[in-house]
Design a protein around this ligand. Structure first.
Ligand SMILES: C[S@@+](CC[C@H](N)C(=O)[O-])C[C@H]1O[C@@H](n2cnc3c(N)ncnc32)[C@H](O)[C@@H]1O
Length: 365
């Protein structure tokens, strides 16, 4: 349905279209707003759309239906926001954001986000956030946010992860933060939600499916980048089956500052590299000639991780730029952080293009 048809169906506003005049009549307030152009001048669909949007911007008419709401911008709450990969993904999907509230406690992640998006409102610790009657109560103060359109987040995941041999599932301390997401989802009742998490045991996944009322959608980032990263996404948005973009690490290997990524020959690292021969789960994968790197984790000096690259007479980690690209972040996004801080937050982050793929469905509602 196009915008004009949607307005026609609205009970609160009326659209008057008289060839060279478009007017919007606010039935509730009795106000009329119009834009006129010279007679005989024709306007195409896109131009009409822009005119309607221009009129709506002048009005105090609040939101009546989806399309217009999004064009006015969405109110977003991002829990466990990290370096705001969700915000970059919204931008990439062309979704206008009115206000973006973020809950995050890691100082260097917040520093990176704020450097790129000065308008993000930081709310602090998720366990101290409550929502009631349009107000967010937080450790950083109270915010009159009204309705929240989109709730997003990926709670810390070590206790779910198949890669963690001692995982405790939903009982693990870190995964318990998942319940904070669930609590806020119930308090807020946003129009749309997205929760991301790692691949986990079937029982835990089923539990999450039933808590969230939707089945998790599995996507491996390798379809969108040169990184293998299998993740589950729970959302009430429709996700289209992604296509494989066939991105090969060999086409990008070597970008960025290699000096930063050098590995010192300490006994543990000699064991970890093992001349590039993978011996057991403690030995890192040799990705020198691979199409895809392994999953980027907070630390690259342990296995399983993204892998190591032969360099001079030893090996190296991925450069910061290689790490950023693996997550489809803008190159240089983490430049204000130290290399160790950067790999920490990039490893924690989302593959931006995967999330942008999911958010694109907001344009089709
Ligand atoms: C898996 S990462 C999510 C990263 C994020 N999706 C991104 O785009 O970068 C989980 C994040 O939760 C944050 N976190 C942990 N405890 C928290 C708490 N109590 N309140 C808010 N954030 C918390 C961590 O600092 C970490 O950045």
């Amino acid at each position: 349905m196009n915008l004009k048809e949607q307005i026609k169906q609205s009970e609160t506003i009326e659209l008057v279209d008289k060839g060279n005049v478009i007017a919007i009549y606010d039935r509730k307030e009795g106000n009329k707003f119009k834009i006129k152009w010279s007679e005989g001048e024709t306007k195409n669909e896109d131009e009409i759309y822009d005119i309607i949007m221009q009129i709506l911007k002048q009005t105090t008419i609040d939101v009546f239906f989806d399309n217009i709401k999004y064009n006015k911008g969405m109110v977003v709450l991002s829990l466990f926001d990290g370096i705001s990969c969700g915000r970059i993904a919204l931008e990439r999907a062309n979704i206008k954001v009115k206000t973006y509230y973020a809950s995050e406690i890691k100082k260097h992640a917040i520093k990176c986000s704020q450097e790129h998006y000065k308008d993000i409102i930081q709310l602090g610790d998720v366990t101290k956030i409550h929502y009631s009657n349009g107000i967010l109560y937080t450790e950083n103060g109270e915010f009159n946010v009204g309705e929240i359109d989109l709730l997003i987040g990926g709670s810390p995941c070590q206790d779910f992860s198949i890669a963690n041999k001692n995982r405790l599932g939903l009982e693990g301390m870190k995964s318990r933060l998942f319940y904070e997401y669930l609590r806020l989802l119930e308090e807020i009742k946003p129009k749309y939600f997205l929760l991301e998490n790692v691949r986990m045991k079937k029982e835990a996944e089923k539990q999450l499916n039933s808590f969230l009322g939707v089945k998790g959608f599995h996507i491996d980032s390798k379809l969108f980048s040169y990184q293998t990263r299998h993740r589950i996404y729970w959302t009430n948005l429709k996700i289209e089956e992604p296509k494989d973009l066939q991105i090969n690490f060999q086409d990008f290997k070597g970008i960025g500052d290699i000096d930063e990524a050098k590995v010192n020959k300490t006994p543990s690292r000699i064991r970890m590299w093992n001349d590039g021969v993978k011996k057991d789960f403690r030995t890192c994968k040799n990705i020198t000639y691979c199409d895809k790197v392994g999953c980027i984790t907070r630390k690259q000096d342990r296995s399983p991780n993204s892998g190591l690259i032969a360099h001079q007479d030893f090996c190296r980690f991925l450069t910061r730029a290689e790490l950023e690209m693996a997550q489809t972040l803008p190159i240089g996004y983490t430049k204000s952080l130290s290399y160790n801080q950067a790999q920490d937050v990039i490893g924690d982050g989302w593959t931006v293009d995967v999330v942008a793929h999911i958010f694109r469905s907001l344009n089709k509602l």
